[in-house]
Write a protein that binds this ligand. Structure first.
Ligand SMILES: [Zn+2]
Ligand SMILES: [Zn+2]
Ligand SMILES: [Zn+2]
Length: 157
C-alpha cells in the first residue's frame, strides 16, 4: 500500500484503513471527524473504497475449470465467481468467464444446543427463504465433496 496518499479533494493525507461491518475496507480523509452514522460528517467527506481482495476457493469453475473466488459486493452480498471474470470499465462489458453463483443463505447463532453433540445450533436461512436449524460444527469439505462435522438438521416450517 502506498503511504502518505493524499486526499484528492483537499490534499490532506488519508487516514488509516477502516473496515465496515460487511468486511469492506475504506480510507477516509484524515481531516474527517470520527465516523458516526447519526450525525453529519465533519471535515472532508472524501472516502476511498479499497478493492476487496477476493478469497480463492478450493472449487473449480463449472464453465471453464479455472479456480473460483469468493467476492463480496458493496452491499455485503457474497458470490462465488470465476477468477478469470472481470469488468472492462472502458467498454462497459464483462471480460473473461462470466460464471457467478450468488451465496444467498445467512446463518445466525442460536442459544440452543444440538441434541446430538451438545454444540451450539445455528439458524440457517437459504436463498429462497427456507429455514433450518443445524449444528454449528457442520461444514462442507469442498475437496472431498462431502459434509463434515455433525449432521443434525431440523427444518423449520
Ligand atoms: Zn480531504
Ligand atoms: Zn470460468
Ligand atoms: Zn451437533
Amino acid at each position: 500500500m502506498e503511504e502518505n496518499e493524499k486526499c484528492p479533494k483537499c490534499g490532506s493525507p488519508l487516514g488509516l484503513v477502516e473496515e465496515t461491518r460487511t468486511g469492506r475496507k475504506l480510507q477516509r480523509c484524515s481531516t474527517a471527524g470520527p465516523y458516526d452514522p447519526r450525525s453529519k460528517p465533519t471535515g472532508c467527506t472524501y472516502v476511498k473504497w479499497l478493492p476487496v481482495e477476493p478469497e480463492q476457493l478450493d472449487e473449480k469453475c463449472p464453465k471453464c475449470g479455472n479456480p473460483l473466488v469468493m467476492a463480496t459486493t458493496r452491499f455485503g452480498k457474497k458470490m462465488k465467481k470465476c477468477s478469470t471474470g472481470g469488468w472492462d470499465k472502458e467498454a462497459r462489458k464483462a471480460t473473461g468467464c462470466d460464471f457467478v453463483e450468488w451465496i444467498g443463505g445467512t446463518t445466525e447463532k442460536l442459544d440452543e444446543k444440538c441434541p446430538e453433540c451438545g454444540n451450539l445450533l445455528v439458524l440457517y436461512t437459504t436463498a429462497n427463504g427456507k429455514r433450518m436449524k443445524k449444528c454449528s460444527t457442520a461444514g462442507w469439505d469442498a475437496a472431498a465433496r462431502k459434509a463434515t462435522g455433525c449432521t443434525y438438521i431440523e427444518w423449520l416450517k
